[in-house]
Structure formats: structure tokens, C-alpha cells
Design a protein around this ligand. Structure first.
Ligand code: IPE
Ligand code: IPE
Ligand code: MG
Length: 248
């Protein structure tokens, strides 16, 4: 693959999370229906998944459909669901060949049953893969995720299986959809908006955030590599001073 000279392959972020935004505006600029943009966006997904896998990113979380996106027109929601299903069917062989493990997170019972069953089949088929974890956020909302986790924790407390004092960050982590995954190191939002839109509210507490003006259908391998180079130029201080970090 062609790489930028400046990328440091020894410091690739472990987990990259992306809010894939801008499909609708990209289509509008071309006087096309919104679904045309979503279709073009699938090609960006393929490109970025391949790049992440080749660069050795361990987890790539893609925000594909939010809990709020159910409020869109029925035809757009239906179009997105059918694109998702086609993507899953088409990509399975590629995921198997490239050692990609598929996972997903969100309020999955809300998805159409044929999408859910395709998802389940692909996740089962790729469960043993040890390369990139491709984690799709589907019908995902950060607040809903926290609520379901808190409810499960509260039930354990009521049943006497957990004391409230024992609730710490690890307990919360273990009750989120993302249990078992590291926190994102780099969170990218394409499409020019500077907001989180209910994405990874707990997990992104120390993520480096990059807001890119590029619309998702134009966000290809090159833009992804540029984002990683940008990430590598930052100093992650986690509350310490720069001097402390440089002193080791
Ligand atoms: C992101 O693109 C894709 C989804 C939310 C499913 P949008 O559809 O939000 O595109 P814009 O923001 O309207 O351009
Ligand atoms: C966020 O994009 C969700 C996804 C990219 C899947 P939206 O386009 O739905 O976000 P808002 O509503 O403009 O904040
Ligand atoms: Mg949008």
C-alpha cells in the first residue's frame, strides 16, 4: 500500500472511532437523492476498513446509524437498512480473507430481523479472527448504552450480588455495549459538524478528537492516513503537564 512518509507505524492508535457524517450533503451538492450519498459512503467504509486493517489498527468503530436516526423519513431508514444488509453479505468473504472480526453495538432488537440475522451470521463466522475488530455502532446511542448498563448494575445491587461501593470505572466499562474493547484513542467526525451526536459518551473521555470538513463519501484511505498522522503529532497529557511527560 502507499503510505505517507510521515506515518509512524510503531504508534498506530489502538482504537479509532468514526462518526461517518456528510453523506446527505455530499449527494445534495451533486443534485442527487440522499441515498446516493449513502451508497457512495459504503465505498469509503470499504477503503477505510482496508486501510485500518493494513496499518494494524486493532479496533475500528464506525457510527453507522444512531438511535436518533430512526426519526428520519421511512424511505431513508429503509434504504440505509438495505444498504447495511447488502454490505454485510458482500463483505463477508473479504472479512474472512483479511482476518477481520465483526462486532456491533447498539439497541439491536430495533433492527429489522433480516438485518439482525445477517449480522449474527457474519459475527459468528468471523468470531475467531484475530486481526482488525470492525465494530459497527447500529441503532446506537451513548445515553441509552449508559442507561441499560446502570439498570443491570442496579439489579445486581438489589439482588445483593454487588455493593454500591464496589462500582468503579471497570464495573461501568463491563456493563456497556463496548465491554471488552479498549477506549477509543482517536475519534474522527467527518462532514464538518463539531458535535458528538450521542457517540461513545463514556468511552471518549480522553480520546483525541478530529473534526474533518471532508464529507464521508470523500473520506478515503488518504484522509484516514492523514488523520492518524495528525493524531501522532499530538501530546496526550491525561491531566499531567508536558514537562512531566517529557521527564518520563
Ligand atoms: C451520515 O450522513 C450517515 C448517517 C447518519 C446514517 P448524513 O445522512 O447524516 O449526512 P448529512 O449530515 O445529512 O450530510
Ligand atoms: C450522527 O450523524 C450519526 C451517524 C453518523 C450515524 P447525524 O447526521 O445523525 O448527526 P446530527 O443529528 O446531525 O447531530
Ligand atoms: Mg448528518
Amino acid at each position: 500500500m502507499t503510505r505517507h512518509a510521515e506515518i509512524d507505524l510503531t504508534r498506530i492508535p489502538c482504537h479509532v472511532a468514526i462518526v461517518m457524517d456528510g453523506n446527505g450533503r455530499w449527494a445534495e451538492q451533486r443534485h442527487q437523492p440522499r441515498l446516493f450519498g449513502h451508497r457512495a459512503g459504503v465505498e469509503s467504509v470499504q477503503d477505510v476498513v482496508a486501510a485500518a486493517s493494513e496499518l494494524g489498527v486493532q479496533v475500528l468503530t464506525l457510527y453507522a446509524f444512531s438511535s436518533e436516526n430512526w426519526k428520519r423519513p421511512v424511505a431513508e431508514v429503509g434504504g440505509l437498512m438495505s444498504l447495511l444488509k447488502t454490505f454485510l453479505v458482500k463483505e463477508l468473504d473479504k472479512m474472512l480473507n483479511n482476518n477481520v472480526r465483526l462486532t456491533c453495538m447498539g439497541d439491536l432488537p430495533r433492527l429489522p430481523s433480516e438485518v439482525r440475522s445477517t449480522l449474527e451470521q457474519s459475527m459468528a463466522a468471523t468470531a475467531g479472527n484475530s486481526g482488525l475488530t470492525l465494530n459497527l455502532a447500529l441503532s446506537y446511542g451513548g445515553r441509552a448504552e449508559i442507561i441499560q448498563g446502570v439498570q443491570r448494575i442496579a439489579r445486581q445491587c438489589l439482588a445483593g450480588q454487588l455493593s454500591p461501593e464496589a462500582i468503579d470505572e471497570e464495573v461501568i466499562d463491563a456493563h456497556l455495549y463496548s465491554a471488552g474493547l479498549p477506549d477509543p484513542d482517536l475519534l474522527i467526525r467527518t462532514g464538518g459538524e463539531a458535535r458528538l451526536s450521542n457517540f461513545l459518551l463514556w468511552q471518549a473521555s480522553y480520546a483525541e478528537i478530529l473534526f474533518s470538513p471532508i464529507m464521508w463519501p470523500d473520506f478515503r484511505r488518504r484522509a484516514f492516513v492523514d488523520a492518524i498522522v495528525d493524531f501522532q503529532g499530538r501530546e496526550r497529557r491525561f491531566g499531567k503537564t508536558g514537562a512531566q511527560l517529557r521527564a518520563g
